[in-house]
Write a protein that binds this ligand. Structure first.
Ligand code: GLA
Length: 377
């Protein structure tokens, strides 16, 4: 019989050196779709946090986080079966790309060549088109036990995929630590110059996706002095507008709902709520504290850290009561918020936005950390 060291056995069983149970990873089958079997990998730690990652869209399908009394709830929207993800895609928890968010008229020029993409959002291209990274089966590259627990997923997007140039080799790495951090890291390389913006599109409700409550009472702090106003089709005008004195100012904690119905604020009217990119304070590339959201009712807190220059704040304005969540609840407008870190929308058509260009030899990296401090009792 093969001999294992005491430490190795502890790691296999998910037990930390301190004797406490440590983070662990467990693979199972989530279900089948026409393209094949969807796998699930559940990452869990000893503080009651569990994240279920599925290979369809490299998505967070469920995320259990304890409230102030220690009671866990699933705080992300999603479906119970792969068939529902295929039948009514909503980007729930998904990895979106090749270019997350919008590209005006589905067109851009790179090195003098014009590229045409699908128009799947009115006149514009959205979230990589009709067959973006949220709709494909990713492969599991590796699963690590112990603390932290980790799953690495792979996808190769061929040259010309959805109209984008270059073969893009992608990894999505989900890591759950004993420090209550769920980290997502996207990395990509290309064989031709291309444009890239990959993010995670989780819809959060810190009260729980089955709570029947919306997120308008959640308190948001967002470290951004400016945001990018949009035209009527949600394409940035190019302006970076100061948040000072507007309903977009979340530099000190404010409930999401207090100003969301301000009919005099044209940008809120256009977005049907918040659906805007904030320009994150500080230098892009460094992992920094970007947002904090607190649900006073449950006591749950989520902090968001990222290396990205921007974050799309979206209040689920298009949830219209036609998606049925995993617990049988209907999802309606404002039932969740999204904070999607990335470059700004339509960057390929805006020279003065932080670049979305990726060249051969370089590596695209977008790091996102969702941190869940233990709630105060
Ligand atoms: C993003 C966009 C929204 C909407 C959602 C998906 O957050 O900014 O306008 O398209 O994705 O429904």
């Amino acid at each position: 019989m093969k001999k294992y060291s005491w430490l190795a056995i502890m790691a296999i069983q998910g037990i930390g050196a301190s004797g406490a149970a440590a983070a662990a990873a467990k693979q199972s089958e989530f279900g089948k779709i026409a393209e094949g079997t969807v796998q699930a990998v559940e990452l869990s730690n000893s503080h009651g946090i569990t994240a279920r990652i599925i290979t369809l869209g490299a998505a967070i399908q469920a995320l259990q986080v304890p409230d102030r009394t220690g009671k866990p709830a699933d705080i992300v929207l999603g479906y119970a079966t792969p068939a529902e993800y295929v039948a009514k895609p909503q980007y729930f928890g998904a990895t979106v790309g090749r270019y997350a968010n919008r590209i005006a008229a589905g067109e851009f020029t790179l090195d003098g060549k014009r590229y045409t993409l699908a128009k799947n959002d009115g006149p514009n291209h959205l979230h990589g088109g009709t067959h973006g990274y949220d709709k494909v089966l990713w492969k599991i590259d590796s699963i690590s036990q112990g603390s932290p627990a980790r799953v690495v997923l792979l996808y190769v997007s061929p040259d010309g995929d959805a109209g984008y140039p270059g073969t893009l080799k992608l990894t999505a790495t989900y890591t759950l630590s004993e420090e209550n951090e769920l980290a997502v890291e996207y990395r990509a390389t290309t064989d031709k110059p291309t444009v890239v913006n990959i993010t995670n599109h989780s819809y959060f409700n810190l009260g729980g996706e089955s709570s029947g409550k919306d997120i308008l009472g959640h308190r948001l702090t967002l470290m951004a002095d400016a945001y990018t106003p949009v035209d009527k089709t949600l394409i940035p005008t190019g302006e970076r507008r100061a948040v000072t004195g507007t309903p977009f100012d979340f530099r000190t904690a404010e409930t999401i709902g207090r100003r969301i119905r301000d009919g005099k604020e044209e940008q809120l009217v256009i977005g049907r709520g918040y659906d805007h990119t904030y320009v994150i304070n500080g230098a892009a590339g460094a992992l920094k504290m970007t947002a904090r959201v607190e649900d006073p009712a449950s006591g749950r807190v989520m902090e968001l850290l990222t290396t990205a220059p921007g974050v799309q704040f979206y209040t689920g304005n298009f949830l219209d009561g036609t998606s049925f969540g995993k617990s049988g609840h209907v999802y309606r407008q404002s039932d969740a918020f999204c904070l999607e870190p990335g470059v700004f929308p339509d960057t390929p058509n805006h020279k003065d936005f932080p670049t979305s260009r990726l060249d051969p030899g370089a590596t695209y990296v977008n790091q996102i950390v969702y941190r869940f401090p233990t709630p105060k009792r």
